[in-house]
Ligand binder design. Structure first.
Ligand code: 7TS
Length: 411
């Protein structure tokens, strides 16, 4: 394994207890990080620490455990504000993950900004969670959902995107990094174009957060969503960031406890953000785990992590190119740590099953991007997605497993 001296891969791997597990008689080669990543000891400990030292419901008790739990929760909010470059922790809303973040924005911003005949501009490479919520609010408001096309390489067709932006475009919502192809979209350019038209910009950062240094202010967006579980944090916790004045302006998403100032049967008034968007008892310990994941990533250095992942991905692309009949789907010039592929004559699910027998975990299917699969004329792909602990030796096992699949299915 050739690594930069600063990146101590063996030490990194030792931080993840599950990586020493055996599955089907092999050491696990976990290449399904885009679906969800494994957790370092520091994240597991941070969650335990809340339950062991300061657990109670937050924001309401006068007793000491509630105060401690609230402090854990709010400290994590401040940590996540720093992680994404937010101006203030009040702009950080804890949600279940990207799906909930996008549903919140589509519902609240949609009801605020969209009317009959208005348009929401997406791209052809969106995850279903950045398509369906917009269709739902479009049904309510009479707005229309439009998608900009993707080129044969799997890049956003920027000329077509610019041409689709028009005076009716009120919202642009785009994936920062594609989960199915790995494409990194030119979001600063997209932001400039959206601003020129006076459209709001929402970014789906589910796949960007583990790989790219984030600075929501520099990106120029209005809302940004991420999922903790894809960036080595716990599942069931994520962040929706929004510009403060917009969070103040848009209506709340869910109603209930904590999101109100006063309630009467005649009239209810709402709390200020972020409380306005955090109805009910939240995931209390999750944020501490997410903050620990942010510490872990920043401790390694996101550029160093990205450098390591790029080396593994490039190695994978070169090894996979030797497999007869294999075609990589998505060859964008700017790519994160994803290699999606199809193999002539073998269904992706069969590839996935054979690889599993060898202890190699990949995802197969449409990756919740059916319109994109249709664009490429495939029902599904197999996808290897790399994280900060993957090795070239694991890539060798992937390539060997694919050859085994070929012997079985294409003798
Ligand atoms: N957006 C993108 C780009 C994603 O990759 C995913 C999950 C989501 C949104 C939804 O995130 P969630 O945390 O709310 O589920 N993507 C995948 C995947 O590629 N395989 O499994 C889940």
């Amino acid at each position: 394994m050739i690594s930069a001296p600063a990146y101590d891969l063996e030490k990194v791997r030792a931080d993840f207890p599950i990586l020493s597990e055996e599955v089907r008689g092999h050491r696990i080669a976990y290449l399904d990080n885009a679906a969800s990543s494994q957790k370092p000891r520091a994240v597991l400990d941070a969650v335990d620490h809340v339950y062991e030292t300061g657990y109670a419901n937050i924001h309401r008790g006068v007793h000491v455990l509630s105060e401690r739990a609230t402090e854990h929760y709010e400290r994590s909010r401040r940590r996540m504000a720093k992680f994404i470059g937010a101006q203030s922790a009040d702009e950080v809303i804890f949600v279940r993950g990207t799906t909930e973040g996008l549903n919140l924005v589509a519902s609240s911003l949609g009801r605020y900004a969209l009317g009959e005949g208005d348009e929401v501009l997406l791209t052809g490479m969106e995850h279903h969670s950045n398509i369906v919520p917009w269709q739902m609010v479009a049904d309510l408001t009479g707005a229309k959902v439009v998608a900009a096309p993707v080129t044969d390489r799997g890049e956003l067709d920027m000329d077509a995107f610019a041409a689709l932006l028009n005076d009716r475009t009120r919202i642009v919502s785009v994936v920062h990094v594609s989960n199915a192809l790995g494409t990194v979209n030119p979001v600063e350019e997209i932001s400039r174009l959206a601003r020129e038209r006076g459209a709001y910009l929402v970014l789906d950062g589910a796949q960007a957060a583990p790989h790219l240094k984030l600075d929501v202010q520099r990106l120029g967006c209005d809302f940004y969503c991420l999922s903790g579980h894809k960036m080595y944090g716990p599942s069931g916790i994520g962040v929706l960031w929004g510009k403060k004045r917009l969070l103040e302006a848009i209506p709340p998403y869910q109603g209930g406890g904590e999101m109100i100032r006063t309630v009467s049967f005649e009239r209810t008034t709402y709390a200020e953000p972020p409380a306005k968007f955090e109805a009910g008892t939240p995931n209390i310990a999750g944020p501490a785990g997410l903050a620990a994941a942010a510490d872990y990533l920043d401790g390694l250095g996101i550029p160093e992590v990205a450098g390591h992942e790029a080396r593994v991905r490039e190695y994978a692309e070169s090894r996979l190119s030797e497999v007869p009949g294999l075609r990589v789907v998505g060859t964008a010039r700017e790519k994160a740590a994803v290699v999606s592929f199809v193999v002539d004559g073998v269904h992706p699910h069969d590839l996935g099953t054979v690889l599993d027998q060898e202890g190699v975990a990949v995802r197969t299917g449409h990756h919740c991007t059916q319109p994109l699969m249709e664009r490429f004329g495939v029902p599904a792909t197999a996808r290897a997605s790399f994280g900060l602990y993957n090795t070239e030796a694991e890539v060798d096992r992937l390539a060997a497993g694919l050859r085994t699949a070929l012997e079985i299915f294409r003798p």
